[in-house]
Design a protein around this ligand. Sequence first.
Ligand code: TXA
Ligand code: MG
Length: 318
Amino acid sequence: MERPLSIISAADAAERLGKGLVVALPTETVYGLAALASSADAVHAIYRLKGRPADNPLIVHVTDIDQAHTVAVVTPEARRLAAAFWPGPLTLVLERRTGVAEAVAAGLPTLAVRAPDHAIFQEVLRAVGQPLAAPSANPSGAPSPTTAQHVLQDHRGGVPVVDGGPCRGGLESTVVRVEPDRLVLLRPGAIDRATLEAASGLPVVDGSSDAKAASPGTRYRHYAPRARVRLFTDLSVLLHAAETASGRILVLATIDPGPGLEWQPLQAQTLYAELRAADDLRVDEILVHCDRDTVGNEALMDRLTRAAASDPGKHERT
Ligand code: TXA
Ligand code: MG
């Protein structure tokens, strides 16, 4: 039997969180599935609800640098980054202190921490008075939710959600491991390499080539809709593919790709909503035109490439 859909207030969310329950909350990036970071039971409930592998750690959300310092070691380099970008879509991987449930960090000696830039999430954090673990609220493998309705669909109303409208950013935060002499980029996001380098004075190196540094979550296929996703830099090649394809086709492009094609605008803020809508419409293939600006957007290209990963069987879904 389907449970009733439930939209709750921020005050109600804080009360439930205080009791060790899980609720979904909006952030400026995507909706998160939140629970007390200090409670092993609450954290395990998040893993269960997401169907998330136990070796993929969660991000802990804090009000500010001082609260971050209660759960992780905020080095001078981390402090400078937090001062520049918090609240905002930057997650810092730091040395972990005691105080969060072991499961949050999946046994790693580090902890991922960020202060979200969303009035509702901040209000809830202040009311609860302690850090909240919150991965993106999608079941593992699905695109992250960017509206409260996505969350309700994903969990069939089984997880109460505070409705903050569509998320401003639309893609998950940038994740960096902070070292004394460099930043290791574990997941690209809205805050790009050049901006990080300028603010920190440190070089940003790629985490994907460094097995030890790799963000556990990036090992898995992510952000994938049911429809097949194909990427094209050359519009004429895309148009040819559209002509010869069978089934229902949707084009994602920054400008109208031409007559006779069903298309939607390609942008970070609405990418996940478009992937979800395509599945609802039973689209068979999503053809994406990656123009020069798109190719230059590392975060957007990262998510598109993952959505297009052709062999889901090869990768576990998270
Ligand atoms: O924008 C966001 O970051 C959203 C909102 C809700 O805040 N959250 C989010 O969480 O995207 P999640 O769990 O879906 O992604 C967290 C990423 C995963 O790739 C995970 O492997 C990585 O951060 N991560 C977490 N803790 C880590 C650690 N200690 N070391 C390396 N990577 C870590
Ligand atoms: Mg996620």
